[in-house]
Design a protein around this ligand. Structure first.
Ligand SMILES: Nc1ncnc2c1ncn2[C@@H]1O[C@H](COP(=O)(O)OP(=O)(O)OP(=O)(O)O)[C@@H](O)[C@H]1O
Ligand SMILES: [Mg+2]
Length: 337
């Protein structure tokens, strides 16, 4: 069953000081599921995650194009209150960032900011969210001790409890378990599995085994481009494109060697089918054709057309807001004989 969309990213591009970090990303993040963002270092995972609660815009030299819709509203629109947005979209960084105060004060910081002053109410909040983050038993006798005295794994769970205490809609985690030992890491994973009943969870992870264990949906980025995204079992068991296959099998990601390029920008869609067919016919089996078109290859039917003819599509790539690249390998066509 198709799940509801919570966060919808449309044609999102981000530049740092003129260097493009994300290129026209369009994806839907499902509601109340765990989405894992995977890809090699530097490919834009953190940038994408931070764009979901506007943590990206704090610095000079950053340019953002496109839209991120949360519950249907563009969070880059002029009327958006960033505080409200951050409350909705809890963020967990790679290293736990506890506030320099007690365990108790860490949890009540957010709720106080949002107007809760009553001591009894705050006590209830502290217990509830520490329990939810599976930290209560370990800290209930030292709630007024400094949070920095906790182990790193405990600090990460405290950060989770602090995030949950403002009742967000989504939890964004940037490699939230990478600094933890396997036991603490498992605990956090188990919590995410419980929490996804109530929250949308988006996790950046370098651990493919973690993504396989807990993700429902996977987004694979490479060099700022969206290569492939979809249900986790499809991405892990039957990925469509060459780069995804290499990455999930732990192989070096290579650019395909192109034998011929067909530039169809500005031409009429119906004529493109014939031109692509002819170009593939002229090519030897096993050779690779790059096609540049100004239509979405999935929506225009070009991808199906190439594959229906028995050829393998190795990759599709967004070049800019308009143009796409399709890279296809000509297959042996012995089934025609
Ligand atoms: N604040 C910044 N200023 C300038 N460039 C940046 C900044 N943040 C990220 N970048 C660049 O943008 C690109 C994407 O970075 P990002 O941190 O999103 O990658 P990542 O996939 O999270 O990598 P990693 O797995 O190493 O955390 C990289 O080339 C990075 O150097
Ligand atoms: Mg990162």
């Amino acid at each position: 069953m198709q799940s509801k969309t919570h966060i919808s990213v449309k044609d999102l591009s981000i530049w740092y000081n003129g260097q493009q970090a994300l290129n026209n990303i369009t994806i839907d993040i499902p509601d109340k599921k765990i989405t894992a963002i995977i890809g090699p270092s530097g490919c834009g995972k953190t940038t994408l995650l931070k764009s979901f609660n506007r943590l990206i815009e704090l610095r000079e030299g950053i340019k953002i194009q496109g839209e991120v819709l949360v519950d249907g509203e563009n969070i880059y629109g002029p009327d958006v209150e960033v505080m409200d947005l951050r409350k909705k979209m809890g963020y967990l960084s790679q290293r736990p960032q506890v506030l320099p105060m007690s365990i108790y004060e860490n949890i009540v910081y957010g709720p106080r900011l949002f107007g809760i002053k009553n001591k009894k109410e705050l006590d209830i909040i502290v217990e509830k969210y520490l329990k939810e983050a599976h930290l209560w038993d370990e800290v209930k006798n030292r709630l007024h001790n400094s949070a920095s005295g906790l182990s790193i794994g405990q600090q990460q769970r405290l950060c989770l409890a602090r995030g949950l205490a403002v009742e967000p809609e989504a939890i964004l985690g940037d490699e939230p378990t990478s600094a933890l030992d396997p036991i603490s890491s498992n605990r956090i994973e188990e919590q995410f599995l419980e929490l996804k009943n109530r929250y949308t969870i988006v996790l950046v992870t370098h651990s493919l085994s973690q993504a396989k264990r807990i993700a429902d949906h996977v987004v694979f980025l490479y060099l700022g481009n969206l290569v492939e995204h979809g249900p986790a079992d499809v991405i892990f068991k039957n990925p469509k494109y060459m780069k995804t296959q290499s990455y999930i099998n732990g192989k070096v990601i290579e650019e395909p060697d192109i034998d011929k390029t067909l530039d169809l920008k500005g031409t009429v869609l119906s004529g493109n089918f014939v031109k692509i067919k002819l170009a593939l016919e002229e090519l030897e089996a096993g050779k690779v054709l790059k096609i540049i078109i100004d239509d979405n290859p999935e929506k225009s039917g070009i991808l199906n057309f190439i594959e229906f003819d028995g050829h393998k599509v190795l990759e599709i790539k967004r070049l800019n807001t308009k143009d796409w690249e399709v890279i296809a390998r000509k297959q042996e066509r012995d089934y025609f004989v």
